[in-house]
Design a protein around this ligand. Structure first.
Ligand SMILES: Cc1ncc(COP(=O)(O)O)c(C=O)c1O
Length: 397
Protein backbone atom coordinates (compact mmCIF):
# COMPACT_ATOMS: atom_id res chain seq x y z
CA UNK A 1 0.00 0.00 0.00
CA UNK A 2 1.17 3.55 -0.67
CA UNK A 3 -0.41 6.91 0.01
CA UNK A 4 -2.18 7.02 -3.34
CA UNK A 5 -4.07 3.82 -2.59
CA UNK A 6 -4.89 5.11 0.91
CA UNK A 7 -6.36 8.27 -0.62
CA UNK A 8 -8.25 6.27 -3.25
CA UNK A 9 -9.87 4.03 -0.68
CA UNK A 10 -10.70 7.02 1.57
CA UNK A 11 -12.38 8.83 -1.35
CA UNK A 12 -14.42 5.70 -2.19
CA UNK A 13 -15.44 5.07 1.42
CA UNK A 14 -16.49 8.70 1.83
CA UNK A 15 -18.33 8.76 -1.52
CA UNK A 16 -16.38 11.80 -2.76
CA UNK A 17 -17.41 12.17 -6.39
CA UNK A 18 -15.49 14.43 -8.70
CA UNK A 19 -17.22 13.85 -12.01
CA UNK A 20 -20.58 15.03 -13.21
CA UNK A 21 -21.43 11.90 -15.19
CA UNK A 22 -20.59 10.55 -18.62
CA UNK A 23 -22.70 11.86 -21.47
CA UNK A 24 -23.67 10.47 -24.85
CA UNK A 25 -23.61 13.86 -26.62
CA UNK A 26 -22.16 17.35 -26.20
CA UNK A 27 -24.26 20.23 -24.87
CA UNK A 28 -25.40 22.40 -27.76
CA UNK A 29 -26.81 23.22 -25.10
CA UNK A 30 -29.12 20.15 -25.05
CA UNK A 31 -27.42 16.82 -24.42
CA UNK A 32 -28.16 13.16 -23.68
CA UNK A 33 -26.94 11.45 -20.54
CA UNK A 34 -27.99 8.02 -19.29
CA UNK A 35 -30.76 7.93 -21.87
CA UNK A 36 -32.30 11.22 -20.66
CA UNK A 37 -32.30 14.64 -22.30
CA UNK A 38 -30.81 17.55 -20.34
CA UNK A 39 -30.30 21.24 -21.01
CA UNK A 40 -26.92 22.53 -19.93
CA UNK A 41 -26.72 25.93 -18.29
CA UNK A 42 -22.97 25.53 -17.73
CA UNK A 43 -21.40 24.96 -21.11
CA UNK A 44 -18.39 26.82 -22.51
CA UNK A 45 -19.80 26.16 -25.98
CA UNK A 46 -21.17 29.74 -25.84
CA UNK A 47 -22.02 30.12 -29.52
CA UNK A 48 -23.14 26.49 -29.99
CA UNK A 49 -20.44 26.07 -32.65
CA UNK A 50 -18.92 22.75 -31.49
CA UNK A 51 -21.20 20.69 -33.72
CA UNK A 52 -21.95 23.30 -36.38
CA UNK A 53 -22.01 21.55 -39.80
CA UNK A 54 -19.42 24.01 -41.21
CA UNK A 55 -16.92 23.18 -38.43
CA UNK A 56 -17.58 19.45 -38.78
CA UNK A 57 -17.10 19.57 -42.54
CA UNK A 58 -13.93 21.70 -42.27
CA UNK A 59 -12.52 19.20 -39.75
CA UNK A 60 -13.33 16.31 -42.12
CA UNK A 61 -11.57 18.10 -44.99
CA UNK A 62 -8.63 18.70 -42.64
CA UNK A 63 -8.49 14.98 -41.80
CA UNK A 64 -8.54 14.04 -45.48
CA UNK A 65 -5.82 16.52 -46.30
CA UNK A 66 -3.42 16.15 -43.36
CA UNK A 67 -4.32 12.95 -41.46
CA UNK A 68 -5.09 12.73 -37.75
CA UNK A 69 -2.03 14.36 -36.17
CA UNK A 70 1.11 16.32 -36.98
CA UNK A 71 3.42 14.09 -34.89
CA UNK A 72 6.17 16.67 -34.49
CA UNK A 73 7.14 19.99 -32.96
CA UNK A 74 6.54 22.92 -35.27
CA UNK A 75 10.14 24.03 -34.67
CA UNK A 76 11.22 20.78 -36.32
CA UNK A 77 9.25 19.16 -39.15
CA UNK A 78 5.71 19.71 -37.84
CA UNK A 79 4.79 23.15 -39.13
CA UNK A 80 1.79 23.20 -41.45
CA UNK A 81 0.23 25.96 -43.54
CA UNK A 82 -3.08 25.51 -41.70
CA UNK A 83 -1.46 26.51 -38.37
CA UNK A 84 0.09 29.62 -39.90
CA UNK A 85 -3.26 30.63 -41.40
CA UNK A 86 -5.04 30.11 -38.08
CA UNK A 87 -2.41 32.19 -36.25
CA UNK A 88 -2.70 34.98 -38.81
CA UNK A 89 -6.48 35.04 -38.36
CA UNK A 90 -6.30 34.97 -34.55
CA UNK A 91 -3.77 37.80 -34.59
CA UNK A 92 -6.11 39.87 -36.78
CA UNK A 93 -9.07 39.22 -34.45
CA UNK A 94 -6.99 40.64 -31.59
CA UNK A 95 -5.57 43.57 -33.63
CA UNK A 96 -2.06 42.05 -33.53
CA UNK A 97 0.19 41.04 -36.40
CA UNK A 98 0.64 37.42 -35.25
CA UNK A 99 -0.37 34.74 -32.76
CA UNK A 100 1.30 31.64 -31.34
CA UNK A 101 -0.77 28.47 -31.17
CA UNK A 102 -0.57 25.94 -28.31
CA UNK A 103 -2.31 22.62 -27.76
CA UNK A 104 -4.75 23.94 -25.11
CA UNK A 105 -5.49 27.15 -23.25
CA UNK A 106 -4.13 25.57 -20.09
CA UNK A 107 -0.81 24.81 -21.79
CA UNK A 108 -0.70 28.33 -23.22
CA UNK A 109 -0.79 29.92 -19.76
CA UNK A 110 1.65 27.45 -18.27
CA UNK A 111 3.94 27.55 -21.28
CA UNK A 112 4.08 31.32 -21.75
CA UNK A 113 4.02 32.52 -18.15
CA UNK A 114 6.67 30.03 -17.00
CA UNK A 115 9.05 30.99 -19.80
CA UNK A 116 8.48 34.66 -20.63
CA UNK A 117 10.98 35.71 -17.97
CA UNK A 118 13.63 33.40 -19.48
CA UNK A 119 13.63 35.05 -22.92
CA UNK A 120 16.86 36.93 -22.10
CA UNK A 121 18.65 33.74 -21.06
CA UNK A 122 17.50 32.01 -24.24
CA UNK A 123 18.58 34.93 -26.44
CA UNK A 124 22.03 34.99 -24.79
CA UNK A 125 22.60 31.52 -26.29
CA UNK A 126 22.39 33.25 -29.67
CA UNK A 127 24.78 36.03 -28.65
CA UNK A 128 22.32 38.64 -27.31
CA UNK A 129 23.85 40.98 -24.72
CA UNK A 130 21.37 42.84 -22.51
CA UNK A 131 22.14 46.37 -21.32
CA UNK A 132 20.97 45.20 -17.90
CA UNK A 133 19.58 41.96 -16.54
CA UNK A 134 15.89 42.28 -15.69
CA UNK A 135 14.44 41.33 -12.34
CA UNK A 136 10.91 40.26 -13.17
CA UNK A 137 8.02 40.22 -10.69
CA UNK A 138 4.52 38.88 -11.40
CA UNK A 139 1.33 40.58 -10.20
CA UNK A 140 -1.71 38.36 -10.43
CA UNK A 141 -5.41 38.89 -9.62
CA UNK A 142 -6.44 36.62 -6.73
CA UNK A 143 -9.17 34.99 -8.84
CA UNK A 144 -7.03 34.23 -11.90
CA UNK A 145 -7.37 30.79 -13.48
CA UNK A 146 -5.32 27.97 -11.96
CA UNK A 147 -3.19 27.64 -15.12
CA UNK A 148 -2.05 31.24 -14.61
CA UNK A 149 -1.15 30.56 -11.01
CA UNK A 150 0.75 27.42 -11.97
CA UNK A 151 2.58 29.12 -14.86
CA UNK A 152 3.71 31.94 -12.58
CA UNK A 153 4.85 29.46 -9.96
CA UNK A 154 6.85 27.53 -12.56
CA UNK A 155 8.63 30.70 -13.70
CA UNK A 156 10.46 30.79 -10.36
CA UNK A 157 10.31 34.61 -10.11
CA UNK A 158 8.67 36.46 -7.18
CA UNK A 159 4.94 37.05 -7.44
CA UNK A 160 2.25 39.04 -5.65
CA UNK A 161 -1.48 38.47 -5.56
CA UNK A 162 -3.70 41.55 -5.66
CA UNK A 163 -7.32 41.68 -4.50
CA UNK A 164 -9.86 40.93 -7.22
CA UNK A 165 -9.92 43.82 -9.71
CA UNK A 166 -8.61 46.16 -6.99
CA UNK A 167 -6.44 48.63 -8.88
CA UNK A 168 -5.50 50.54 -5.71
CA UNK A 169 -4.11 47.37 -4.20
CA UNK A 170 -2.26 46.51 -7.43
CA UNK A 171 -0.65 49.96 -7.50
CA UNK A 172 0.41 49.81 -3.86
CA UNK A 173 2.18 46.50 -4.57
CA UNK A 174 3.83 47.91 -7.69
CA UNK A 175 5.06 50.98 -5.83
CA UNK A 176 6.66 48.79 -3.17
CA UNK A 177 8.75 46.92 -5.75
CA UNK A 178 9.98 49.73 -7.99
CA UNK A 179 13.16 48.93 -9.90
CA UNK A 180 11.98 45.54 -11.15
CA UNK A 181 10.14 44.74 -14.40
CA UNK A 182 6.52 43.97 -13.53
CA UNK A 183 4.30 41.53 -15.43
CA UNK A 184 0.63 42.05 -14.58
CA UNK A 185 -1.64 39.09 -15.29
CA UNK A 186 -5.41 39.07 -15.26
CA UNK A 187 -8.29 37.04 -16.61
CA UNK A 188 -10.28 39.22 -19.03
CA UNK A 189 -13.52 37.62 -17.85
CA UNK A 190 -13.24 35.70 -14.57
CA UNK A 191 -14.46 32.17 -15.03
CA UNK A 192 -16.06 31.66 -11.61
CA UNK A 193 -17.12 35.28 -10.97
CA UNK A 194 -18.38 36.44 -14.35
CA UNK A 195 -16.71 39.83 -13.77
CA UNK A 196 -14.80 41.77 -16.44
CA UNK A 197 -11.30 43.03 -15.66
CA UNK A 198 -10.94 46.85 -15.85
CA UNK A 199 -8.76 46.74 -18.97
CA UNK A 200 -8.35 50.54 -19.46
CA UNK A 201 -7.16 50.89 -15.84
CA UNK A 202 -4.81 47.93 -16.22
CA UNK A 203 -3.38 49.42 -19.42
CA UNK A 204 -2.84 52.81 -17.72
CA UNK A 205 -1.13 51.20 -14.72
CA UNK A 206 1.01 48.99 -16.99
CA UNK A 207 2.15 52.09 -18.89
CA UNK A 208 2.88 54.03 -15.69
CA UNK A 209 5.06 51.24 -14.24
CA UNK A 210 6.63 49.97 -17.47
CA UNK A 211 4.85 46.63 -17.07
CA UNK A 212 3.99 43.87 -19.50
CA UNK A 213 0.25 43.12 -19.34
CA UNK A 214 -1.02 39.57 -19.96
CA UNK A 215 -4.79 39.19 -20.38
CA UNK A 216 -6.44 35.74 -20.42
CA UNK A 217 -9.50 36.21 -22.62
CA UNK A 218 -10.61 32.56 -22.46
CA UNK A 219 -14.22 33.56 -21.68
CA UNK A 220 -14.21 36.82 -23.63
CA UNK A 221 -12.92 35.80 -27.07
CA UNK A 222 -15.86 35.32 -29.42
CA UNK A 223 -18.20 36.63 -26.71
CA UNK A 224 -17.33 40.25 -25.86
CA UNK A 225 -17.01 43.13 -28.33
CA UNK A 226 -19.01 43.87 -31.46
CA UNK A 227 -16.97 41.38 -33.50
CA UNK A 228 -16.18 38.93 -30.70
CA UNK A 229 -12.66 40.33 -30.29
CA UNK A 230 -12.82 40.09 -26.47
CA UNK A 231 -12.14 42.54 -23.68
CA UNK A 232 -9.98 44.98 -25.67
CA UNK A 233 -12.74 45.36 -28.25
CA UNK A 234 -15.36 45.62 -25.48
CA UNK A 235 -13.53 48.63 -23.98
CA UNK A 236 -12.10 49.81 -27.32
CA UNK A 237 -8.79 49.78 -25.51
CA UNK A 238 -5.77 48.40 -27.32
CA UNK A 239 -2.16 48.58 -26.24
CA UNK A 240 1.11 47.26 -27.62
CA UNK A 241 1.88 46.23 -24.01
CA UNK A 242 -0.90 43.61 -23.91
CA UNK A 243 -0.17 39.95 -24.57
CA UNK A 244 -3.63 38.70 -25.55
CA UNK A 245 -4.23 35.11 -24.51
CA UNK A 246 -7.27 33.11 -25.61
CA UNK A 247 -8.57 29.57 -25.77
CA UNK A 248 -10.18 27.81 -28.69
CA UNK A 249 -12.15 25.34 -26.58
CA UNK A 250 -14.93 27.68 -25.50
CA UNK A 251 -16.75 30.05 -27.89
CA UNK A 252 -14.90 28.50 -30.86
CA UNK A 253 -16.01 24.97 -30.00
CA UNK A 254 -12.75 23.09 -30.70
CA UNK A 255 -9.42 22.81 -28.86
CA UNK A 256 -6.27 24.91 -28.59
CA UNK A 257 -4.92 28.06 -27.01
CA UNK A 258 -2.99 31.05 -28.28
CA UNK A 259 -1.30 34.31 -27.45
CA UNK A 260 -1.78 37.17 -29.92
CA UNK A 261 1.19 39.56 -30.08
CA UNK A 262 3.26 41.49 -32.60
CA UNK A 263 5.27 39.27 -34.97
CA UNK A 264 8.70 39.91 -33.42
CA UNK A 265 7.39 39.09 -29.93
CA UNK A 266 5.70 35.96 -31.34
CA UNK A 267 9.09 34.74 -32.52
CA UNK A 268 10.58 35.31 -29.06
CA UNK A 269 7.77 33.23 -27.53
CA UNK A 270 8.21 30.47 -30.14
CA UNK A 271 11.90 30.24 -29.27
CA UNK A 272 11.50 30.51 -25.53
CA UNK A 273 8.48 28.41 -24.63
CA UNK A 274 9.00 24.64 -24.26
CA UNK A 275 5.22 24.20 -24.51
CA UNK A 276 5.60 25.39 -28.12
CA UNK A 277 8.94 23.90 -29.13
CA UNK A 278 9.03 20.62 -27.23
CA UNK A 279 5.55 19.32 -27.97
CA UNK A 280 2.87 19.27 -30.66
CA UNK A 281 0.13 21.75 -31.56
CA UNK A 282 -3.56 20.76 -31.78
CA UNK A 283 -4.27 18.25 -34.59
CA UNK A 284 -4.53 19.90 -38.02
CA UNK A 285 -8.24 19.08 -38.47
CA UNK A 286 -8.91 21.20 -35.36
CA UNK A 287 -7.01 24.10 -36.88
CA UNK A 288 -9.12 23.74 -40.05
CA UNK A 289 -12.33 23.70 -37.96
CA UNK A 290 -11.16 26.80 -36.09
CA UNK A 291 -10.67 28.73 -39.32
CA UNK A 292 -14.31 27.89 -40.12
CA UNK A 293 -15.29 29.11 -36.63
CA UNK A 294 -13.53 32.43 -37.31
CA UNK A 295 -15.46 32.72 -40.60
CA UNK A 296 -18.74 32.09 -38.77
CA UNK A 297 -17.90 34.73 -36.17
CA UNK A 298 -18.11 37.25 -39.03
CA UNK A 299 -20.89 35.61 -41.08
CA UNK A 300 -23.28 34.79 -38.23
CA UNK A 301 -23.21 37.71 -35.77
CA UNK A 302 -26.75 36.67 -34.79
CA UNK A 303 -25.17 33.90 -32.66
CA UNK A 304 -23.48 36.46 -30.41
CA UNK A 305 -26.66 38.58 -30.40
CA UNK A 306 -28.74 35.56 -29.28
CA UNK A 307 -26.20 34.79 -26.55
CA UNK A 308 -26.54 38.31 -25.13
CA UNK A 309 -30.31 38.37 -25.61
CA UNK A 310 -30.50 35.14 -23.59
CA UNK A 311 -28.18 36.60 -20.94
CA UNK A 312 -30.47 39.63 -20.50
CA UNK A 313 -33.63 37.50 -20.57
CA UNK A 314 -32.23 35.21 -17.82
CA UNK A 315 -30.97 38.05 -15.60
CA UNK A 316 -34.28 39.97 -15.84
CA UNK A 317 -36.26 36.90 -14.81
CA UNK A 318 -33.89 35.84 -12.03
CA UNK A 319 -33.73 39.24 -10.31
CA UNK A 320 -37.22 39.13 -8.67
CA UNK A 321 -36.51 35.69 -7.12
CA UNK A 322 -34.23 37.23 -4.48
CA UNK A 323 -31.08 35.20 -5.17
CA UNK A 324 -27.75 37.02 -5.04
CA UNK A 325 -26.39 37.18 -8.59
CA UNK A 326 -22.64 37.62 -8.16
CA UNK A 327 -22.34 39.46 -11.45
CA UNK A 328 -24.52 40.18 -14.44
CA UNK A 329 -21.96 41.64 -16.87
CA UNK A 330 -21.24 38.56 -18.96
CA UNK A 331 -22.86 35.25 -19.99
CA UNK A 332 -21.39 33.78 -16.76
CA UNK A 333 -24.00 34.60 -14.10
CA UNK A 334 -23.04 32.91 -10.81
CA UNK A 335 -25.88 32.52 -8.30
CA UNK A 336 -24.52 32.60 -4.75
CA UNK A 337 -25.79 29.76 -2.54
CA UNK A 338 -23.08 29.91 0.17
CA UNK A 339 -22.95 26.51 1.82
CA UNK A 340 -21.26 23.87 -0.37
CA UNK A 341 -23.64 21.03 0.50
CA UNK A 342 -26.70 23.22 -0.08
CA UNK A 343 -25.24 24.20 -3.46
CA UNK A 344 -24.73 20.55 -4.43
CA UNK A 345 -28.30 19.80 -3.39
CA UNK A 346 -29.54 22.65 -5.60
CA UNK A 347 -27.60 21.19 -8.54
CA UNK A 348 -29.06 17.74 -7.82
CA UNK A 349 -32.60 19.11 -7.66
CA UNK A 350 -32.04 20.91 -10.99
CA UNK A 351 -30.70 17.68 -12.49
CA UNK A 352 -33.89 15.89 -11.50
CA UNK A 353 -35.72 18.47 -13.65
CA UNK A 354 -33.49 17.83 -16.68
CA UNK A 355 -31.20 20.84 -16.10
CA UNK A 356 -27.42 20.76 -15.68
CA UNK A 357 -25.73 23.59 -13.77
CA UNK A 358 -22.21 23.41 -12.28
CA UNK A 359 -22.07 23.54 -8.51
CA UNK A 360 -18.82 25.40 -7.81
CA UNK A 361 -17.26 25.24 -4.36
CA UNK A 362 -13.83 25.39 -2.69
CA UNK A 363 -11.12 25.39 -4.05
CA UNK A 364 -12.69 26.86 -7.23
CA UNK A 365 -14.62 29.38 -5.08
CA UNK A 366 -13.82 30.77 -1.61
CA UNK A 367 -15.06 28.71 1.36
CA UNK A 368 -18.67 29.65 2.21
CA UNK A 369 -19.23 31.15 -1.24
CA UNK A 370 -20.39 28.09 -3.18
CA UNK A 371 -22.36 29.03 -6.24
CA UNK A 372 -24.31 27.71 -9.19
CA UNK A 373 -22.39 28.84 -12.23
CA UNK A 374 -25.00 29.65 -14.86
CA UNK A 375 -23.48 30.15 -18.31
CA UNK A 376 -25.79 31.37 -21.02
CA UNK A 377 -25.70 30.00 -24.54
CA UNK A 378 -26.71 31.18 -28.01
CA UNK A 379 -28.67 27.93 -28.39
CA UNK A 380 -30.93 28.39 -25.34
CA UNK A 381 -34.59 29.04 -26.09
CA UNK A 382 -36.69 31.41 -23.99
CA UNK A 383 -38.82 28.38 -22.99
CA UNK A 384 -35.72 26.65 -21.57
CA UNK A 385 -34.80 29.79 -19.65
CA UNK A 386 -38.38 30.19 -18.35
CA UNK A 387 -38.20 26.58 -17.16
CA UNK A 388 -34.91 26.96 -15.29
CA UNK A 389 -36.10 30.18 -13.63
CA UNK A 390 -39.36 28.52 -12.59
CA UNK A 391 -37.46 25.56 -11.09
CA UNK A 392 -34.99 27.89 -9.27
CA UNK A 393 -37.95 29.78 -7.80
CA UNK A 394 -39.57 26.56 -6.64
CA UNK A 395 -36.42 25.04 -5.11
CA UNK A 396 -35.40 28.36 -3.54
CA UNK A 397 -38.79 28.66 -1.84
C1 LIG B 1 -9.78 31.71 -17.60
C2 LIG B 1 -9.34 30.41 -18.20
N1 LIG B 1 -8.11 30.32 -18.73
C3 LIG B 1 -7.65 29.18 -19.29
C4 LIG B 1 -8.45 28.06 -19.36
C5 LIG B 1 -7.91 26.80 -19.99
O1 LIG B 1 -8.43 26.67 -21.27
P1 LIG B 1 -8.53 25.26 -22.01
O2 LIG B 1 -9.73 24.56 -21.46
O3 LIG B 1 -8.65 25.61 -23.44
O4 LIG B 1 -7.28 24.50 -21.70
C6 LIG B 1 -9.74 28.10 -18.83
C7 LIG B 1 -10.60 26.90 -18.90
O5 LIG B 1 -11.40 26.59 -18.10
C8 LIG B 1 -10.20 29.30 -18.24
O6 LIG B 1 -11.43 29.38 -17.71
Amino acid sequence: MNELSDIASWLTTNSVHHESGVHASLPDPTFISEGKTFVSFSSNNYLALANHPRLVSAAKDGLDRYGVGNCESRLLGGDLDVYRELERRLGALKHKSDAVLFVTGYMTNIGVLSSLVKAGTMARLYGYRAVKRRKYVYYSDEFNHVSIREGIHMSGVPSHKYRHCDMGHLESLLKAAEGSTPIIVSDGVFSMEGTIAPIPDLVAIAEKYGAILYIDDAHATGVLGEHGGGTSEHFNCYSPNIIQMGTLSKAFGAIGGFVAVERDIADVIRLTSSAYGFTCPPPPDQAAALIAALDLLVEEPQRRQRLWDNQRYFVERMRPLGFELLSTETPIVPVLIGDAERCLNFAKALKAEGIHVDSVQFPAAPIGKARLRFMMNAGHTHEQIDHVVEVMGRIGA
